[in-house]
Design a protein around this ligand. Structure first.
Ligand code: FES
Ligand code: FES
Length: 161
């Protein structure tokens, strides 16, 4: 099928995409955007999390007909080229909320969706929202710190703008 969608703010048009392909296949194999990670391939780990019209979804579960015309954000779309990191990315760096970083893009995008829906989540709400994202390095305490810091910074930025 012909697939048209918006990816990180740019229109993308691909020909001859199998309808059985997933969004994750398209990102990694067709477009070579490998920041979206493949681990389980069955919706269990959150490594492939992307934003679809602002909602955090598993790219490995989305067949291409489901994303036609949608607005997709991947980790590559957060920081401007050669520009500063996005505030959530920076909070993960500052809190060392990563070790091998394999899970990190998924956690950062899920955190974006969380803070958009709930700018000042409680610890319990953070844990519940991010429960679908797994970190095999066990960086969970630092990830919690990063989400809290991102929330604080975004809140402060809003108050001063
Ligand atoms: S690779 Fe998609 S949820 Fe694990
Ligand atoms: S930092 Fe290694 S899997 Fe999370």
């Amino acid at each position: 099928m012909k697939l048209d969608f918006i990816l990180n703010g740019q229109s993308v048009s691909l020909d001859d995409v199998p309808t059985s392909a997933t969004l994750l296949d398209v990102l990694r194999d067709h477009l070579k955007l490998t920041g979206t990670r493949l681990t389980c391939g069955i919706g269990m780990c959150g490594a492939c999390t992307v934003l679809v019209d602002g909602e955090a979804l598993s790219g490995c579960l989305l067949l291409v007909p489901m994303v036609a015309g949608r607005n997709i954000t991947t980790i590559e779309g957060l920081a401007a080229p050669d520009g500063p990191l996005d505030p959530v990315q920076q909070a993960f760096v500052d809190c060392m909320g990563l070790q091998c970083s394999y899970c990190t893009p998924g956690f950062i995008l899920a955190t974006h969706a969380l803070l958009k829906a709930n700018p000042q989540p409680s610890d319990q709400q953070i844990k519940e929202y991010l429960a679908g994202n797994l970190c095999r390095c066990g960086s969970y305490y630092k990830i919690m710190d990063a989400v809290r810091l991102a929330s604080e910074r975004l809140h402060q930025a809003q108050r001063t703008s």
